[in-house]
Design a protein around this ligand. Structure first.
Ligand code: SF4
Length: 224
């Protein structure tokens, strides 16, 4: 449930869009295949780590076809510094095989089909569709979940329900807002020790994690 007044939601939205006008994923990719692999690897893993892994991975498996024929042990070796690499290796190869066998080698661009691929849940599908196709969708990862709750945009217990609350609250500009909330959560409203002194939403935050800051440090937002 959203606990914010419509005016406050509009202001939060406005500031996110103002502060992150060109927010985009920090994952490196050149095409849909590379994006899907990178997003699958990024579950429970940092984008930084994924960006270290993927250059060698794509050198060895440059296409979905090459990945479909991969030896699973070789895939594991290439991604072993990533969390849950055993499962991820299995899913990556199975995903590639299914794309080759069921979709003629073309990764589907439709949510219903995407989530049929092994290892691709709703969040992964949404991140891919937001980033690659600019679809008006929200995806809730650990950063978005935390930020949504601290800002009173949701009190839902699950990422799926939180996503519903955010869609209901923001309605439009969801791709930009998704990326903005990821970056905001990663660099400002961090899980531990949030950088409240740098926060452009300080005056709107009612979170118990909000740290008191002196008026000297505080920089009220021009619109507030
Ligand atoms: S004031 Fe602190 S806790 Fe609140 S949204 Fe900003 S960074 Fe997060």
């Amino acid at each position: 449930m959203v606990r914010r007044k419509p005016k406050e939601i509009e202001e939060i939205k406005r500031r996110f869009l103002e502060h992150y006008p060109k927010a985009k994923t920090e994952l490196n990719y050149k095409n849909l295949y590379e994006l899907l692999v990178a997003v699958m690897l990024s579950a429970q893993c940092t984008d930084k780590r994924v960006n270290i892994i993927t250059p060698k991975f794509f050198e060895r498996f440059p296409t979905i076809e090459a990945l479909a024929k991969a030896d699973i042990e070789e895939v594991k070796e290439l991604i072993k510094t990533c969390s849950f690499f055993n499962n991820k290796a299995k899913n990556l190869v199975e995903m590639a095989k299914m794309v080759m066998e069921k979709y003629g080698g073309k990764i589907p661009e439709d949510e219903k089909e995407l989530i049929k691929l092994p290892g691709v849940g709703q969040k992964t599908a949404h991140v891919v569709m937001i980033e690659y196709l600019g679809k008006n969708l929200m995806a809730v990862d650990t950063h978005v979940f935390r930020v949504a709750h601290r800002l009173g945009l949701s009190d839902a217990k699950t990422p799926e329900k939180t996503e519903e609350d955010l869609v209901k609250a923001f309605k439009s500009d969801l791709p930009a807002l998704h990326q903005a909330m990821v970056l905001f959560g990663r660099y400002i409203c961090t899980a531990k020790n949030p950088k409240c002194e740098k926060c452009f939403l300080y005056d709107l935050c009612k979170s118990e994690n909000k740290k008191p800051i002196s008026s000297k440090e505080s920089k009220p937002h021009p619109a507030s």
